[in-house]
Design a protein around this ligand. Structure first.
Ligand SMILES: [Zn+2]
Length: 253
């Protein structure tokens, strides 16, 4: 079992730190300070940095971390990643020796064109592609690319722990409920998440089973989801068009 520690950063980012003995790896360190503080406090040495995509809130801390630790930097070959020493494009398996774990690298274009996700030891680190209750915005890719990327992630086992990079769940579920008001599992999740947030608790990680049951962006083939999308975009014929209509709707929700 992977020991994963949540490090809150900025307003609503999560940096994920993987720990094994005195060694650590970190996923999407947008800010170095909270990572360095934790490493110091726990007496850990940073061996690896994993980056999912090029946005500053995911890699902005890399330079400062490298000034303190000679870490290897994994990230998308197709994007500009500071200090990148292990360029990846999807389809590879990488071994993070310090944490004794292997990750499958999955290409998930959509939010950005080179975006990658890391899956291993029952954990998925998916950056800004799949969120708890939602998905990332289409800054660079097309709706078809993002829908395809999400479909690939949805093939992972139900028990997969989904570690996304933001605490957006409550707002995402407000939208999900507008799309699919009749979904009982979604209604229950809204209550669970509302209660957790009121107590100041994080709602990430979720699981793939929860996402498949209540995240509208993974449910474009469901009748109620498609019907809601078609009220906004009557011409949305197939699942990709339904996905595109939902993504557009969410942008202005
Ligand atoms: Zn991003």
């Amino acid at each position: 079992m992977l020991n994963v520690i949540r490090i809150p950063a900025f307003k609503d980012n999560y940096i994920w730190l993987l720990r094994k003995g005195a060694s650590a790896a970190v996923v999407d360190p947008g800010d170095a300070r909270p990572v360095l503080d934790l490493l110091d406090r726990e007496g850990l040495s940073l061996a690896s940095i994993l980056v999912t995509h090029h946005h500053a809130d995911h890699q902005g801390g890399v330079v400062e971390l490298l000034a303190h630790y000679p870490a290897e930097v994994f990230g998308p070959a197709a994007e500009s990643i500071t200090g990148l020493s292990r360029p990846l494009s999807g389809g590879e398996t990488v071994r993070i020796a310090a944490c004794d774990v292997e990750f499958q690298v999955i290409a998930v274009p959509g939010h950005t064109l080179g975006h990658i996700a890391y899956y291993g030891a029952g954990c998925l680190f998916c950056g800004d592609t799949l969120f708890a209750g939602g998905c990332g915005r289409l800054f660079e890719g097309t709706a078809a690319q993002m829908a395809d990327s999400l479909a690939r992630l949805a093939e992972l086992p139900d028990e997969t722990a989904v570690y996304c990079a933001h605490e957006y769940t409550q707002a995402n579920l407000r939208f999900a409920l507008a799309v699919e008001p009749g979904n009982r599992r979604l209604q229950r999740r809204v209550h669970e998440v509302t209660r957790a947030r009121a107590s100041g608790l994080a709602t990430v990680p979720s699981t793939m089973a929860i996402e498949k049951a209540s995240n509208p962006f993974l449910r474009c083939g469901e009748q109620e989801v498609a019907a809601s999308a078609r009220r906004r975009a009557p011409a949305a014929a197939d699942e990709v068009a339904v996905f595109a209509a939902l993504r557009e709707w969410k942008n202005s929700f």
